[in-house]
Design a protein around this ligand. Structure first.
Ligand code: TYD
Length: 140
């Protein structure tokens, strides 16, 4: 199986439509904006200040993480390097490849973390134990 690295994860600019009088609109469309088709959308909200989420990796799932409102930090770890992305623009998304340990923290008040995912929810795709993750990266 392909092993993705941090370099494969990046910020994507979404298709933004601006109107001076009426505000902004962003579009994400299958087959155009993303290197995967979206099968599921979920979002985190009302995350208390100082709380963190994530602390897992996915075996195959691809995701686009968007700060639909407010801001938060996403720290990715590919088993070798760490990289943090501070998301605070609703017209950008962070593309997260499979096999990345992620921690989300520093949520602002009112932050909405919207996730577009390449598959439906499958618990067996999660790696929730850190040592299992290191094993997956080094030997899997
Ligand atoms: P989890 O992925 O652990 O949340 P986070 O990484 O943001 O801290 O999910 C929290 C709970 O929600 C867990 O019991 C599984 C459930 N869940 C679903 O049922 N469907 C989903 O699509 C997601 C993402 C989570």
């Amino acid at each position: 199986m392909d092993k993705y690295s941090l370099d494969d994860c990046r910020i994507i600019d979404l298709d933004k439509h601006h109107s001076d009088r009426k505000g902004n609109l962003c579009v994400v469309e299958n087959g155009i904006s993303l290197p995967f088709n979206v099968k599921r959308v979920y979002y985190l909200y009302d995350v208390p200040g100082g709380e963190s989420r994530g602390a897992h990796a996915h075996r195959t799932l691809r995701q686009l993480i968007i700060a639909a409102s407010g801001s938060f930090r996403v720290t990715l770890f590919d088993g070798k390097d760490h990289k943090s992305f501070y998301l605070n623009r609703p017209y950008q998304g962070l593309l997260v490849c499979p096999g990345m340990w992620r921690d989300l923290d520093d949520f602002s008040s009112g932050a909405v973390c919207m996730v577009l995912a390449s598959d439906i929810y499958k618990e067996e795709d999660y790696i929730r134990d850190y040592n299992d993750f290191l094993d997956f990266r080094n030997n899997g």
